[in-house]
Design a protein around this ligand. Structure first.
Ligand code: CP
Length: 350
């Protein structure tokens, strides 16, 4: 079953398909008003959220579907000690698709191992946030028109910023992508992420150095909730602040993105600059989530059809070298990526 746990769970071609479908939704909203009628999205949010949860909810409503769930772990049986694995087994009986946000890193992956319905990671600790990345990609496509040959500045909390980690993974697959990393020493990008980048990045100490280079400036807040030592947070929280003066150093056609919420890292004076795309980015989040929900549900239906076909198969393999011809093994088949029914044992077409 297909889930979205990490941005690279989607191939570049699938990303293109989902972005194009989001653009089609923007232009033809009425055509999608009943696309998910009769389907239910469960939003399981163990951590606070404004944009992600509400945009998932709005997305499913605009597709004609329904939404159930919780927005606070304390109002669910998690507070009584129920595991993610048990929770998801239960929710699989009530919904058709899940969007979940967790404090624990990797929890959506555990959920996917016990789920009978597609799981969408809506942010897991400091690890990954693939639907924010799809939002960022749709914004880049709408604002700049391409994904290749872009220099992307990433500023702020690069250590705990899950949106940064996911965006790097997604954008590093396009030709000519370069990253400029701007962060305090203590909040630098983790080594495992730098390995992902290879030679495609530089680190600079100030926003002033980065401004003239970047096509996209991705600002992030310092993640207070990930700090064990609050004094350390207070010391680092205002390390980089984008203001109108720094914007004068930037390219005329660059854009500023921010996953939001913002705290102090972009002054409100920047909001009126046409290059400040972060509120347009929020709206894109709803459309790309509509596209994702609809597509994952469609893929699930196709998988169910394929499974049904296989269940009905009582084939005899025509390959006389196949073990199933000479031994009394259970007759089994599968449908491959091209939709061809094949023998489970020797892969011959049936
Ligand atoms: N960008 C983002 O994830 O925002 P929320 O935390 O409000 O969902």
């Amino acid at each position: 079953m297909r889930h979205l746990l990490d941005p690279t769970d989607l191939t570049v071609e699938e990303v293109e398909f989902i972005i194009n479908r989001a653009l089609d939704i923007i232009n033809n909203k009425d055509l999608y008003a009943h696309a998910c009628e009769g389907k239910k999205l469960a939003t399981l949010f163990y951590e606070p959220s404004t944009r992600t949860r509400l945009s998932f909810t709005a997305a499913m409503m605009e597709l004609g579907g329904n939404v159930l769930g919780f927005s606070d772990a304390r109002s669910s049986s998690v507070s009584k000690g129920e595991t993610v694995a048990d929770t998801i087994r239960v929710v699989s009986s009530f919904a058709d698709i899940v969007a979940m946000r967790t404090t624990k890193e990797g929890a959506p992956r555990v959920a996917s191992e016990y789920s009978r319905i597609p799981i969408i990671n809506a942010g897991d600790g400091g690890h990954s946030h693939p639907t924010q990345t799809m939002t960022d990609l749709l914004t880049i496509r709408r604002e700049i028109g391409r994904f290749d040959h872009l220099t992307i500045g990433l500023c702020g909390d690069l250590k705990y910023g899950r949106t940064v980690h996911s965006l790097i993974k997604a954008m590093n697959r396009y030709e000519g992508t370069h990253f400029v990393l701007i962060s305090p020493e203590e909040l630098r990008l983790p080594d495992y992420m730098k390995q992902e980048l290879g030679e495609n990045y530089i680190e600079v100490m100030t926003l002033e150095e980065a401004m003239p280079m970047v096509d996209v400036l991705y600002m992030t807040r310092v993640q207070q909730e990930r700090f064990a030592d609050q004094a350390e947070y207070e010391r680092l929280k205002d390390a980089f602040i984008l203001d109108e003066e720094k914007m004068t150093m930037a390219k005329k056609d660059m854009i500023v993105l921010h996953p939001l919420p913002r705290v102090n890292e972009i002054t409100v004076g920047v909001d009126k600059d046409p290059r400040a795309a972060y509120f347009r980015q929020v709206e894109n989040g709803k459309y790309v989530r509509m596209s994702l929900i609809y597509t994952l549900l469609q893929w699930r239906e196709e998988e169910k059809c394929a499974q049904h076909e296989v269940a009905l198969t009582d084939h005899l393999c025509q390959n006389d070298r196949c073990i199933s011809v000479t031994e009394p093994v259970e007759k089994k088949a599968y449908v491959d990526a091209e939709g061809v029914l094949r023998c489970h044992y020797c892969d011959h077409k049936l």
